[in-house]
Design a protein around this ligand. Structure first.
Ligand SMILES: [Zn+2]
Length: 474
C-alpha cells in the first residue's frame, strides 16, 4: 500500500491524493483545482489542469467535499479517460453537479452540448453514500477495499473518509481528513471523532493558529459592520459560494434579529440595513442548503421552528442578472448608501467582486472584509497585505489604490484550527502510527508537525514535502 500526492502539497489548493492498494488498484481522494500561484510540482497549475499522472489503475474517486479546490479537476479526470465511480455523501451528491457545471462554464467551455454531455456522464457515475455506512469499492486485484464517510463539519456534506484496505492481519486502516471544520460551525453538526487508524493524512491549513470562538467572531462581525456604517459606504465581503456564504448569512440574520428596533449608526436602524448577495452561484447553493435542512444542526432547526428564516430573511436581496449587478455596483459607488454586500469570488481573482473592488476600493467610506483564506498570488492576498498601509492592487492588469479600510475575521474559515486538528488526533483511542500533513502552507504545516510530535510522541509525523512522493509503507 502506498499514498501519493498529486496536489495540496506545499499549498492548500489542488487537493488530490492517491491510495494505491496494490499494483493493480488505486482510488483517488479528491481532484481539485489549483488556485493562485500554487501547483502540483509535476506540471499542473491553475492554467494547465490536465491530469498529468497515470489513472489506468484508478478504480474510483472518493470526494470529501465539494469545494472547488477538491473537485474542480473532475472534468479533466473524465477527459483523461476515468471510468470509475465517484463516491460522496448524500448532500455532496446534490451539490457536486452544480459546482462542476459552473466550473465548466467559467473555466473550460461555453459549449452547451459539451457541458450537457459531461453533466450526463457525471450523473451516471456519482454514487451517494450515507454517513457511517461501509461502501465496497470494486477492485480487480486481490486486496479488498471499503470506505466510510464520517461528518467533517466543514461545509454541508463534508466528510473525512475512512478506508479499510486488505483483510485479516494485513488489513490497513487509513483516514484522509479532507478539510476539517471547527466544532461550532454555524448550521452544521460538529466533526465526528475517529477511534483509531494506522495512517492519517491530515490537513494543516490553520496548523499554526487558533481561531476566536464563535461568539467573539460574531461580535467582531457586528462591530466591524457598526463601525463601517458610521460614515455610510459599503461593507464588501468577498464570498466563497459554498459554506462561508451560508454561514455568514446565518450569522447576519442573527445580528439583525437581535438588534431589531435598534440603530446601527446615526439615522440607520438595523432594520433598514440591506444585505446584498451578488453571486448567482452562491444563491443557488443557498437554495440547496435550505433544501438540505435535515442535515442542519439543532440550533438552526430551532430557529426555523421559531418562524425565523436563517437563509432567506426579509432584508436579504439576491442579485441575479449581470445588468442588475452592474446597476448595484454603480449605485453603491455613487451614493455611498450603507449596505453589506457579499459578492463572488472569495480570493478576488475573478467573479463579480472584482467590479465592486474597482468601484469601491478608492473611497475611504467603504470597507473590505475578508472572512476566508487568501492564497499566495491572489488579489485578495495583496489587498489584505498592502491595503492597510495605503498600497495598491492589480485587477485585470490595472492598478487600483486602496483607500477603503481592510478587515479580516480569521475565524470565519470553516477549517479546524490548531487545537481542533490536534484534538482530532489526540482524542483517538488508538492513535495512528503515521501522520502525513497536507493542505497547508509550509510554515503552518511545520508548526503543526512540531506540536503533534510533542503531543503524540509515539506517532511518526511527516510534514509537507516538495520532492518526490514517499511510500509511507504503513
Ligand atoms: Zn474545503
Amino acid at each position: 500500500m502506498e499514498i501519493l500526492h498529486h496536489g495540496a502539497v506545499g499549498g492548500v489548493t489542488g487537493s488530490c491524493h492517491e491510495l494505491r492498494v496494490d499494483e493493480r488498484d488505486a482510488v483517488l481522494i479528491d481532484c481539485g483545482l489549483f488556485q493562485g500561484a500554487e501547483n502540483s510540482g509535476k506540471g499542473a497549475n491553475a492554467v494547465d489542469l490536465a491530469i498529468e499522472f497515470s489513472i489506468e489503475h484508478v478504480r474510483a474517486l472518493v470526494v470529501t467535499h465539494v469545494h472547488i479546490d477538491h473537485v474542480g479537476r473532475i472534468p479533466y479526470l473524465l477527459a483523461a479517460g476515468f471510468t470509475g465511480s465517484i463516491y460522496c455523501s448524500q448532500p455532496s451528491a446534490r451539490l457536486l453537479p452544480v459546482v462542476l457545471e459552473d466550473a465548466l462554464k467559467v473555466g473550460v467551455t461555453r459549449n452547451k452540448r459539451l457541458i450537457e454531455r459531461v453533466m450526463r456522464r457525471l450523473q451516471q457515475i456519482i454514487r451517494p453514500v450515507d454517513y457511517g455506512v461501509w461502501q465496497t469499492i470494486d477492485v480487480r486485484g486481490a486486496t479488498p477495499l471499503v470506505v466510510q464517510f464520517r461528518r467533517a463539519g466543514h461545509i454541508l456534506g463534508s466528510a473525512w473518509v475512512d478506508f479499510r484496505c486488505g483483510a485479516g492481519e494485513d488489513e490497513r486502516h487509513v483516514i484522509f481528513s479532507g478539510d476539517l471544520g471547527a466544532t461550532e460551525t454555524p448550521l452544521l453538526l460538529p466533526p465526528d471523532q475517529p477511534e483509531s487508524c494506522d495512517m492519517l493524512v491530515l490537513e494543516s491549513t490553520y496548523g499554526d493558529r487558533n481561531h476566536e470562538g464563535r461568539a467573539r467572531r460574531q461580535a467582531a462581525l457586528e462591530d466591524i459592520i457598526r463601525h463601517a456604517l458610521k460614515d455610510a459606504g459599503t461593507v464588501l465581503i468577498p464570498a466563497f459560494s459554498i459554506g462561508r456564504t451560508q454561514e455568514l448569512l446565518y450569522e447576519l440574520e442573527d445580528i439583525l434579529y437581535r438588534n431589531r428596533g435598534k440603530s446601527a449608526a446615526d439615522d440607520l436602524p438595523w432594520d433598514d440595513l440591506e444585505i446584498v448577495l451578488d453571486s448567482p452561484l452562491a444563491a443557488r447553493f443557498t437554495d440547496l442548503y435550505r433544501a438540505l435542512r435535515p442535515y442542519w444542526d439543532d440550533e438552526a432547526r430551532t430557529r426555523i421552528a421559531q418562524g425565523r428564516h436563517p437563509l432567506n430573511f426579509d432584508q436579504l436581496t439576491t442579485i441575479d442578472g449581470h445588468e442588475d449587478h452592474l446597476r448595484v455596483v454603480r449605485y453603491l459607488a455613487k451614493t455611498g448608501r450603507p449596505a453589506v454586500v457579499l459578492a463572488a469570488g472569495g480570493m478576488c481573482a475573478g467573479g463579480r467582486v472584482v467590479n465592486y473592488l474597482k468601484a469601491l476600493l478608492g473611497d475611504a467610506r467603504n470597507d473590505i472584509l475578508f472572512v476566508g483564506y487568501q492564497a499566495q498570488g491572489t488579489p485578495g492576498r495583496d489587498i489584505q497585505r498592502y491595503g492597510p498601509t495605503g498600497g495598491y492592487v492589480g485587477l485585470d492588469g490595472e492598478r487600483f489604490d486602496i483607500r477603503a479600510r481592510v478587515h479580516t475575521i480569521a475565524g470565519y474559515s470553516a477549517h479546524a484550527d490548531q487545537s481542533g486538528l490536534i484534538d482530532f488526533v489526540r482524542n483517538m483511542t488508538t492513535r495512528p502510527q503515521r501522520i502525513r500533513l497536507v493542505h497547508g502552507e509550509p510554515a503552518a504545516s511545520a508548526v503543526l508537525a512540531q506540536k503533534l510530535r510533542a503531543y503524540v510522541a509515539a506517532t511518526e509525523v511527516a510534514g509537507q514535502h516538495a520532492g518526490p512522493d514517499i511510500a509511507p509503507d504503513a
